[in-house]
Design a protein around this ligand. Structure first.
Ligand code: SF4
Length: 478
């Protein structure tokens, strides 16, 4: 079987300088500070295809000229794409095909799941796109199975676009091999930075899907679905135990499941296993985890939670179906402060119902609950989400929603409301950051953090320079 496998390249294509559009990134954009998520969605099928190679061009700083020659060494290339980077990714596919006309090229990711016909028709260079979860789809293609017999792809036959039947959703999550084995083979842990995680960190999934139905959220509405399909605690612990031995330099493991705390007994079981291993770890959480569960996690190595608060206005949380009450989020945050769990809180400007007053309310809320660090995004109407359809129906999209990022790759506001313009939302983003970070209390916090560690001092100074560049460099497209 192995001998018959096609030689396969998994490529996170080169893009804007510093653009985190990769296969692990939820919101593809250049960040305020240099950030890269691991390309976990590409690493997973790569783990299923022996002799394959995963190349993460943005994180490695590789240009198109660097990756183009690779085309000659492979028979199959799988490129991850996203809505903001699609046009650039197609150009990469064309360059690879020009280098090796025999190379079979497929695109994967949420964008092609939502628009399979347009995606496969975008260029002669693209042979197929793989919709939804594509792990076993790609393995079957690499095994040499005729494209006509592979579920979950859309392909071209004599100039016509043909949809193969959908691929059945994966339930046996323990059947997925460890992605960290591909990280070891092909990636360099030091390439991956996330401002609020220790460096070097390592991220992976312990399950897919999210029970919540937030209207803006891309992954559960396109690939992951709304039931939380999980690996068994033993499978997760075995991977971390091996990764701990293999990557002694890694200071923190991050579980990037949409909402790791959705299944609390399981989260606690995994936490206890991690505690026995003595690793430091972090995860995504909804702001409704009870004190007892937080305590179990904290007592077993949990350092940080990444929490999507989105807004400080209750009506907006209702509008986006967040399923979250402000007072519960407030109590949860107090509990985390009491337990010494660090929080990176994320907020969005421009969600349906946003006004100048609700932006002010959210800035005040963020300052009051005081997460250690924050990320503020502009509302991003990704095709395939409820929010996108709602925006089309209501005429909120600027330029048809085509501009999710501007020339440098920074995110821009794609919405405009009669009472709140695109420019106002754009300006509010910088105001939010300034009012959160330029408070005496926050400056004192960050100074203390720097005084405790020279590594942290160097890192925060570099991030500070990048952050000021971000505040100065953003401009709306004319
Ligand atoms: S809880 Fe988080 S991951 Fe789940 S749908 Fe909402 S935003 Fe997405």
């Amino acid at each position: 079987m192995t001998a018959a496998m096609m030689k396969t390249l998994f490529l996170n294509p080169p893009s804007f300088d510093g653009f985190d559009g990769g296969a692990g990134s939820r919101y593809q954009a250049k960040r305020e500070i240099r950030s890269f998520w691991y390309p976990t969605w590409l690493a997973q099928p790569a783990a299923l295809v022996p002799r394959s190679r995963l190349v993460d061009a943005p994180a490695r700083g590789l240009s198109l000229d660097d990756v183009r020659p690779l085309a000659r060494d492979y028979e199959l290339a799988i490129l991850h794409t996203s809505t903001p980077s699609f046009a650039a990714d197609v150009r990469v596919a064309e360059a690879l095909k020009a280098e090796n006309p025999g190379l079979v090229i497929g695109l994967v990711g949420a964008h092609v799941t939502v628009s399979p016909e347009a995606s496969v028709a975008a260029s002669e260079a693209i042979d197929f796109v793989a919709r939804e979860e594509f792990d076993f789809t790609i393995r079957e293609i690499a095994e040499g199975r005729p494209l006509a017999e592979v579920d979950g792809i859309t392909r071209k036959v004599a100039g016509r676009v043909v949809h193969n039947p959908d691929r059945a959703i994966l339930h046996d999550m323990d059947s997925l091999p460890f992605v960290t084995e591909v990280y070891k083979r092909d990636l360099v842990a030091e390439d991956y930075f996330i401002g609020y995680l220790l460096h070097p960190y390592m991220s992976l999934y312990t399950g897919r899907g999210c029970k919540s139905r937030c209207t803006f959220c891309l992954w559960p509405q396109t690939i992951g679905g709304h039931s939380y399909r999980t690996r068994s605690p033993g499978h997760v612990i075995a991977e971390i135990a091996q990764a701990k031995r293999w990557f002694p330099e890694v200071k923190e493991f991050f579980f990037d499941d949409d909402t790791f705390t959705d299944d609390r007994p399981r989260a606690e079981a995994i936490a206890r296993g991690l505690g026995r291993l003595g690793v430091t770890w972090s995860c995504n959480a909804k702001a409704n985890v009870p004190f007892e569960t937080l305590k179990v996690m904290r007592d077993n190595g949990l350092r940080l939670l990444l929490v999507g608060y989105e807004s400080g206005n209750q009506q907006i949380l209702h509008n986006i179906k967040k399923g979250m009450r402000i007072e519960v989020a407030r109590r949860f945050t107090e509990d985390c402060h009491k337990l010494g769990i660090t929080i990176h809180g994320t907020f969005i400007i421009g969600l349906p119902g946003e006004t100048r007053e609700t932006i002010e309310e959210t800035i005040r809320f963020a300052n009051e609950i005081d997460p250690h660090t924050i990320q503020v995004s502009l509302v991003a109407p990704y095709p395939g989400t409820f929010l996108y359809d709602q925006a089309v129906e209501n005429g909120w999209l600027v330029n048809g929603g085509h501009d999710l990022v501007q020339g440098e790759g920074f995110q821009i506001a794609s919405f405009s409301y009669p009472h709140l313009s695109q420019e106002e939302m754009f300006e509010a983003l910088a105001t939010f950051y300034k009012r959160f970070y330029f408070r005496p209390r926050k400056i004192a916090d960050i100074t203390m953090e720097m005084l405790r560690s020279w590594t942290m001092t160097k890192r925060r100074l570099r991030e500070g320079v990048e952050f000021m560049h971000f505040l100065n460099a953003r401009e709306l497209p004319s």
